[in-house]
Design a protein around this ligand. Structure first.
Ligand SMILES: Cc1cc2nc3c(=O)[nH]c(=O)nc-3n(C[C@H](O)[C@H](O)[C@H](O)COP(=O)(O)OP(=O)(O)OC[C@H]3O[C@@H](n4cnc5c(N)ncnc54)[C@H](O)[C@@H]3O)c2cc1C
Length: 379
């Protein structure tokens, strides 16, 4: 009888894993469970907010035709029984499971965030933010909280799209702290050109209706407050009794196999690997795609009765859009440390756009040719 593999989550990691499995082992039954009937391009959700992209692609364009899509949410994994429980009460059996549930926003770290903040971390939240922004009268004060790349992209996108939105970007650290000073200066200059006010080195102490309060006591008028702080992960692995780290990420070994549960393999944002082998992997689409491919290879090795190999994965660059006209591509070493000068301005925007398109093409090609490769890691 052919083996059955369930992939939980059809984001970048899950789709890549499912396509690789099916394209390399036609006899294997591959079922993907995902809450939505279309693929969400999370890396374009700031564009969904302003309307320059709908950030969704029909699964027919990215998923192997032989992969079965089950629209639903996995409520529980039972590793002893080898089954999952879905939100509608149904159960599905599996021989191997790929855990690829991604990430979401964090709301527990700023008082008032749950009640008063919007977010662009997931499709539904980005859509709500879009509706809210469209409904509010102009001129409008928007505060974006978080000076990482998602916060920078959101602030630039909003400011460029509507000059009547006064955007303030608040960050408790310097903006885009992982980038080298020259690239940061270019990004800050572009934000200034777009009219974004940057307040860095200052924490948001509280969010309330119409305002945010900073740690130094300053109060900013904020008709709409947008969270772009660090990501949290769904608690499905923890709830299911699997080994997780303090943040609830599934703990895996170098082959991406869940610690203590060989029938489960993980990939993407929701997974944490051994610090000395995979500790350099930040949550990103860039890491999720090769992790998904490698998770499939680990399952394929087990199906074929061979030992799975450890993942070796290196980064290539950091890509930032600054509205639709400008951007920055910072080449990096395999360990994600900056290397060589960044490509910025219009050329940076073109590189970013090409990479966003390429992510979808890489997944789709994996469904037909099975040839996806990546840069090896630093170790
Ligand atoms: C605005 C924005 C811009 C970004 N820009 C970049 C960028 O330029 N470059 C980059 O590398 N990264 C970027 N990222 C980060 C990137 O989107 C994530 O790191 C990436 O999506 C992780 O891929 P994943 O497959 O692990 O998870 P996801 O893409 O989040 O997919 C996980 C899927 O699992 C589903 N799921 C969750 N729980 C369950 C459940 N219980 N049952 C079934 N399904 C479930 C989710 O709904 C989702 O469909 C950006 C993120 C945002 C929000």
């Amino acid at each position: 009888m052919s083996a059955s593999v369930v992939v939980v989550g059809a984001g970048y990691a899950g789709v890549m894993a499912a396509n690789r499995l099916k394209s390399r082992s036609e006899d294997t039954r591959v079922i993907v469970v995902n809450p939505r009937p279309a693929f969400v391009e999370r890396i374009r959700l700031h564009q969904l907010v302003t309307g320059s992209s709908d950030a969704t692609i029909p699964f027919e364009r990215v998923l192997h035709p032989g992969v079965e899509l089950r629209v639903g949410t996995v409520e529980r994994i039972d590793p002893q029984a080898g089954s999952i429980g879905l939100g509608d009460g149904e159960h599905l059996a599996y021989d191997h499971l790929i855990y690829a549930v991604g990430s979401t926003d964090r709301r527990d770290h700023i008082p008032g965030a749950s009640e008063h903040a919007f977010s662009l971390s997931e499709f539904e939240q980005a859509h709500l933010l879009r509706l809210r922004l469209r409904a509010l009268p102009r001129p409008l004060a928007v505060t974006v909280i978080g000076g990482g790349l998602t916060g920078v992209e959101a602030a630039a996108e909003l400011a460029e799209e509507d000059p009547e939105i006064a955007v303030t970007l608040v960050s408790d650290s310097p903006v885009a702290p992982a980038l080298p000073p020259r690239t940061r200066r270019t990004i800050l200059a572009t934000l200034a050109t777009l009219g974004v006010t940057v307040i860095d080195g200052n924490r948001v102490a509280e969010i309330a209706e119409g305002k945010v309060t900073l740690a130094d006591g300053r109060i900013l008028q904020s008709d709409c407050t947008v969270l772009a702080t660090s990501f949290a992960v769904p608690d499905l692995a923890r709830r299911s009794g699997l080994e997780v780290d303090a943040d609830g990420r599934l703990l895996v070994d170098g082959t991406l196999t869940s610690l203590g549960t060989p029938s489960i393999v993980g990939a993407g944002d929701a997974v944490a690997g051994p610090p000395d082998e995979l500790g350099h992997l930040r949550m990103s689409c860039q890491a999720a795609l090769p992790m998904g491919a490698h998770a499939a290879d680990t399952v394929l090795a087990r199906l074929g009765g061979t030992e799975p190999a450890p993942l070796s994965l290196g980064f290539v660059g950091q890509c930032i859009s600054l509205g639709r006209q400008r951007g920055a591509f910072q080449p990096t070493r395999a360990d994600d440390a900056p290397a060589w000068p960044a490509v910025t301005g219009r050329a940076g925007a073109l590189v970013k756009e090409q990479i966003c398109d390429a992510t979808v093409q890489w997944m789709a090609k994996q469904a037909t040719r099975g040839s996806y490769r990546w840069r090896r890691g630093p170790h």
